[in-house]
Write a protein that binds this ligand. Structure first.
Ligand code: PRX
Length: 635
C-alpha cells in the first residue's frame, strides 16, 4: 500500500520528492496496487508538450466501471454506493448499494446497446441530479460510449452547440427537474435544441416530475420500461487506457466552448488517488460533494473518484436555500456526513443568513471540509472554519480545472497546515512553475507569476474534441514545454501557493467559468446593439459578477434603457443560460479602443471596479474622449 495514503508532512515531502524524481515508477506502483487491469501497460508514460501528445499506461486494457463497481461486490456489495437525497426533504432518501448499482448500470448499458450505441459513440446527458445521471454516466463507460454531460441549467442553444460539436447520437434527459420550489422543463429545452441537431437518433426520457410532455414518435422513449425489460448483466467493454472516457465542455476566452477529452486509465488512477488523500477517505465515511455532475467536480469527485475507492457518495438534487437555508446542515446531520465539499459562493451566500440555520443541527460527524471552483476569501474561510467545522475540520482549498481532471494543489487534511486563501502545496506528481510575461520561470519563494505545470499528470485532458490545434494553442503555446493554466498565483516563503485569479478573459461567476466572447456575441445579436464588452467586478456573494458596456446603434431615450437591459439579459439566457446574466449594463457612446481597434478591457475593468484613480495612459487610444463619458456614467 506504499505511497497511497499520506499520513504526515514528512511523508508528504518524501512521497512528493519521489514523485518528481521517478514519476513513472511512482504512478506505476499506485496503478499496480490499487486497480483492476485486464492487461498491464507496456509503457507508463510517453509525452511531448510540443505536439502535444500525452499517453499514460499505454497498452493497458481495462474498464473503469469494473474498478468503480464490480470489484467491490465481493467485499461490500451491500454497502451504499450512491446516497440520493431528493430536492424535497419529505421525500425519502434512496440508498443504492453496490449490488444494486451493478444491476442498474448494466440494465442501462443494455438499453443503450439496444438503441444502437456502441464503443466510441457520443451520448449527451442532460439530466438533473437524480440517480439516473450517475447511472447513465457509468452505463456509457460500461460499453465504451463517450459521455458528454451538459449541465441542466444551460439553454437550448448552448445544448445544441454541444450536441453538434461532438456529433452525439443520443440524448438522455428527463420530463423535468426540481429546483427548490420551482420546476424546469428539461424535455422542452431538449426538443428545442434538437431542432438544430440532425445527429441525434434517440432521446431517452427519465420520469421525475410527472409532467405532461410531448414525445416524438420514433425518436423519444420513456426510460423506465426499457430498463425494466433489460438484463442486469452486461459484460464490460474492454478499453485501452487511452480510449476517451468522456467529453466535458468548458468556456474559453474566445469562441465555442472547448470539449475537453478525458481518457480512461490515467483519469481513473489520478481521481481515485487524489480522492483518497485530499478527503482523508476511510471505509466507513459518508462523503458529500454538493457540485452538479454537469461540472468536472461532479465527474471526478461525485462519481469516479469516490466509487473507485468503494466509498458512499451523496448525490443531492436540491438547492442550499430550500426549504430554508438550513438544508445543507440538515442533510449533514441526517446522513452523518464526514466530508463536505462545496464552492465559496455557496459558503458566502449561507454566511449571510442567521447562524440559527447552522446551529439547529449536529455537525459533529464532519472531519474534512472542502472548497473548489474559485478563490475563497478570508472572511468566508473563517466562517466555514468556525461555524461548520467548529475549528476541528481542516479546510482543503482545492485548486484544479476541467482540463486537469483532478485536484492539483491542495492541503492534505491532518497533514498540511492550512492557511486561509492558500491552496498550499502541489499533490504528489504535480510540478507547478510560475512564469513571467517574458517566458522565464520565476524560481524561489515569495514571488508571483502565471501558473503552469512542467510535467504531465495522469488525468490531464488529452485534446479538445475535434480541434487539437486549439488545444495546443490554448495550453501549450504561451510557454515552451509548459501547460499554461490561465491563472495567476503566488508562492509564499514556505512554498505555499495562493491563486490570484484568471489572467485571461475568462470570468468566474459563482464558481462557473464564463468566457466573455460568447456573452458579447449573444448581446450583439440584439438588433439595437452595435457593440459590447463584458468585464468582471467583485461581488460579495458571487465572487465576480458581470458588467456589460453596450453601445447602441441609435442612442434611444433613456426610459427605453430598462427594457433593453431586460431584453439583453433575456438574449443571454437564451444563448447561454441564466448563469451568464449581467448584473450591470451601462449604455455608452463608444468603447475605448487601441489604434488597432482592440477594446481596452483593462480600462473598462478598472471603471467597473471603481478604481478610476489609476487608469494609466489613455492618450494613445483611438477615442480617448469616451473614457471620461464612461466614468461619468458608471454604475
Ligand atoms: O481560475 C481557477 C478557478 O476555476 C478555474 C477552473 O474552472 P473549471 O474548469 O470550471 O473547474 C472548476 C472546478 C475544478 C481555475 O482556472 N479555481 C478552481 N478552483 C480554485 C480556483 N481558483 C482559486 N482557488 C481554487 N481552489
Amino acid at each position: 500500500m506504499s505511497n497511497y495514503h499520506i499520513k504526515d508532512l514528512e511523508e508528504y515531502y518524501k512521497v512528493y520528492r519521489k514523485s518528481v524524481r521517478e514519476p513513472e515508477s511512482f504512478w506505476e506502483e499506485i496503478a499496480e496496487e490499487h486497480f483492476v487491469w485486464r492487461k498491464r501497460w507496456d509503457k507508463v508514460l510517453s509525452w511531448d508538450f510540443k505536439s502535444p501528445e500525452i499517453k499514460w499506461f499505454e497498452g493497458a486494457k481495462l474498464n473503469i466501471t469494473e474498478n468503480c463497481i464490480d470489484r467491490h461486490l465481493f467485499t461490500k456489495g451491500e454497502k451504499t454506493a450512491i446516497l440520493f437525497e431528493p430536492n424535497d426533504p419529505k421525500e425519502a432518501a434512496e440508498h443504492i448499494t453496490y449490488n444494486q448499482l451493478y444491476k442498474r448500470v448494466n440494465q442501462f448499458a443494455n438499453v443503450l446497446k439496444s438503441k444502437g450505441i456502441g464503443k466510441g459513440d457520443r451520448v449527451c446527458i442532460y439530466l438533473p441530479m437524480i440517480p439516473e445521471l450517475a447511472i447513465s454516466v457509468l452505463a456509457c463507460a460500461r460499453i465504451g460510449a463517450i459521455h458528454s454531460v451538459v449541465f441542466a441549467g444551460f439553454s437550448a442553444t448552448a445544448l445544441s452547440m454541444r450536441i453538434n460539436d461532438s456529433d452525439c447520437k443520443m440524448v438522455i434527459t428527463s420530463d423535468g427537474s426540481y429546483r427548490g420550489a420551482k420546476t424546469l422543463d428539461l424535455k422542452g429545452i431538449v426538443d428545442e435544441a434538437l431542432e438544430a441537431c440532425s445527429c441525434v437518433e434517440n432521446v431517452l426520457v427519465a420520469k421525475r416530475i410527472q409532467s405532461e410532455i410531448l414525445m416524438k414518435e420514433g425518436r423519444d422513449c420513456w426510460l423506465q420500461p426499457l430498463l425494466d425489460a433489460a438484463s442486469t448483466e452486461c459484460a464490460p467493454e474492454i478499453m485501452d487506457a487511452e480510449d476517451p472516457l468522456f467529453i466535458l465542455y468548458t468556456s474559453g476566452s474566445t469562441g465555442m466552448p472547448k470539449g475537453m477529452v478525458h481518457t480512461t486509465g490515467g483519469y481513473m488512477v489520478y481521481t481515485a488517488y487524489t480522492f483518497k488523500n485530499v478527503f482523508n477517505y476511510k471505509e466507513e465515511d459518508v462523503y458529500w460533494c454538493t457540485a452538479d455532475i454537469g461540472w468536472i467536480t461532479g465527474h471526478s469527485y461525485i462519481v469516479y473518484g469516490p466509487l473507485a475507492n468503494g466509498a458512499t457518495t451523496v448525490m443531492f438534487e436540491g438547492v442550499p436555500s430550500y426549504p430554508d437555508c438550513g438544508r445543507f446542515w440538515e442533510v449533514v446531520e441526517k446522513h452523518k456526513v464526514t466530508q463536505f465539499y462545496t464552492a465559496p459562493t455557496v459558503i458566502r451566500s449561507l454566511a449571510k443568513e442567521k447562524l440559527d440555520f447552522v446551529n439547529a443541527y449536529d455537525l459533529s460527524s464532519l472531519k474534512v471540509l472542502g472548497s473548489v471552483g474559485e478563490p475563497i476569501n478570508e472572511e468566508a474561510w473563517h466562517w466555514y472554519n468556525d461555524n461548520i467545522g467548529k475549528k476541528q475540520s481542516p479546510i482543503v482549498d482545492t485548486w484544479w480545472q476541467t482540463e486537469t481532471g483532478g485536484i492539483m494543489l491542495s492541503p492534505i487534511p491532518y497533514v498540511t497546515p492550512t492557511i486561509p486563501t492558500f491552496a498550499t502545496l502541489p499533490l504528489p506528481g504535480i510540478q507547478p512553475a510560475l512564469m513571467d510575461e517574458l517566458g522565464n520561470e520565476i524560481e524561489g519563494k515569495q514571488v508571483d507569476g502565471r501558473l503552469c505545470f512542467k510535467y504531465p499528470w495522469p488525468s490531464m485532458a488529452r485534446t479538445i474534441w475535434g480541434n487539437h490545434q486549439r488545444y495546443k494553442e490554448t495550453y501549450f503555446s504561451t510557454y515552451e514545454n509548459m501547460y499554461f493554466t490561465g491563472d495567476g498565483a503566488l508562492r509564499d516563503t514556505v512554498g505555499y501557493y495562493r491563486i490570484t485569479g484568471r489572467v485571461d478573459d475568462v470570468i468566474i461567476v459563482s464558481g462557473h467559468n464564463l468566457g466573455t466572447a460568447p456573452i458579447e456575441d449573444a448581446i450583439n445579436e440584439h438588433p439595437a446593439v452595435a457593440e459590447s464588452a463584458i468585464v468582471g467586478f467583485e461581488h460579495d456573494v458571487k465572487g465576480n459578477a458581470l458588467y456589460g458596456y453596450v453601445t447602441l446603434k441609435e442612442t434611444g431615450e433613456s426610459r427605453m434603457h430598462d427594457n433593453l437591459r431586460k431584453e439583453i439579459n433575456q438574449m443571454i439566457t437564451e444563448h447561454i443560460g441564466p448563469i451568464a446574466k449581467l448584473d450591470k449594463i451601462q449604455f455608452t457612446g463608444g468603447l475605448p479602443k487601441t489604434r488597432s481597434g482592440k477594446i481596452m478591457r483593462r480600462i473598462l475593468r478598472k471603471i467597473a471596479g471603481k478604481e478610476t484613480s489609476n487608469l494609466g495612459d489613455t492618450s494613445t487610444l483611438l477615442n480617448p474622449e469616451v473614457v471620461q463619458e464612461i466614468m461619468d456614467n458608471a454604475l
